[in-house]
Design a protein around this ligand. Structure first.
Ligand SMILES: [Zn+2]
Length: 280
């Protein structure tokens, strides 16, 4: 007969070798009652999203905490979600588990919210940058999940940009402001999609420039950033400097200056020459 202490020892030994590296974990928290089938469906969905992000840009150097809250009788599978930043990095999802798995997979919320975690929290004043980043990333992640193809991804970008540009046109009193200033006003007016997609143009333009002038793109820059610097960078300035280092040209800081100085909505659909003097 095996003694209890020996069993404990064997169990500890097993845990030691069986447990995954804590830094790479995705930890799920069930904040309300979810039955087993609902838990399985939601877990599968969130893992599929997280795995797609890992395939795209590599593994984040910290545990992601996912909190599930019930939102029954909602008009969509994920009516609301928000990130939690600080000591615990994660996302709170308010979900209606009655929706089928496919509806969760084709929803943009999880690709958007989990993408927020790829860069540090930048503060309220730079919300246009953080939201622009997550908005740019959401369709990249959905393509990596196999939910949309490249053609559909481009179609969605163009539709969102065109709609945001039109909305901005209807607010002539903001046209004299650089976009970083206009974004603060858009936020106060709750014109979120206009702020989000105007901000996403920062990344879309850089991505276009990179693919045209270098062998890189936004995803490859991000992959390098997560590997080298994600754990240590804590400000917008530091983030932009890290991105510039990856390209070995001051493309991100120059683009930031443009967004801080040039009045009006960012250039669309034309990708401007972001670094006129750069070596191509
Ligand atoms: Zn967001």
């Amino acid at each position: 007969m095996v003694s209890p202490s020996r069993l404990t020892y064997l169990w500890l030994l097993l845990m030691l070798f069986a447990s995954p590296t804590p830094a790479k974990e995705l930890v799920l928290h069930w904040q309300d009652d979810f039955n087993r089938a609902e838990q399985e469906k939601l877990s599968r969905w969130i893992h599929a999203t997280d795995n797609a992000i890992t395939r795209l840009v590599g593994e984040l150097p910290f545990t992601r905490h996912i909190f599930f809250h019930r939102a029954d009788y909602a008009r969509e599978p994920v009516p609301w979600a928000h990130t939690q930043r600080g000591r615990i990095q994660g996302v709170h999802f308010y979900v209606d588990p009655a929706y089928p798995y496919e509806d969760f997979m084709s929803d943009w919320t999880a690709p958007h919210e989990l993408s927020h975690l790829l860069i540090p929290y930048l503060g309220e004043a730079h919300a246009w940058f953080a939201e622009g980043f997550a908005s740019f990333m959401q369709f990249q992640v959905m393509a990596a999940m196999g939910v949309i193809d490249q053609t559909e991804m481009q179609r969605r970008y163009e539709q969102r940009f065109a709609r945001a540009a039109r909305r901005f046109e209807e607010m002539p009193e903001l046209h004299h402001l650089p976009f970083t200033q206009a974004a603060l006003e858009l936020r106060l007016r709750r014109q979120y999609p206009t702020m989000y997609w105007g901000g996403a143009l920062y990344f879309w333009q850089i991505n276009g420039w990179l693919t045209r002038h270098t062998k890189r793109d936004m995803i490859s820059i991000l992959t390098e950033f997560i590997e080298c610097c994600r754990a240590n960078v804590r400000s917008l300035q530091g983030l932009v400097a890290s991105f510039d280092d990856a390209v070995q040209q001051p493309i991100f800081s120059s683009q930031l200056d443009t967004f801080r100085q040039q009045p009006g909505f960012p250039d669309y659909p034309k990708v401007p020459d972001l670094l006129p003097d750069a070596v191509n």
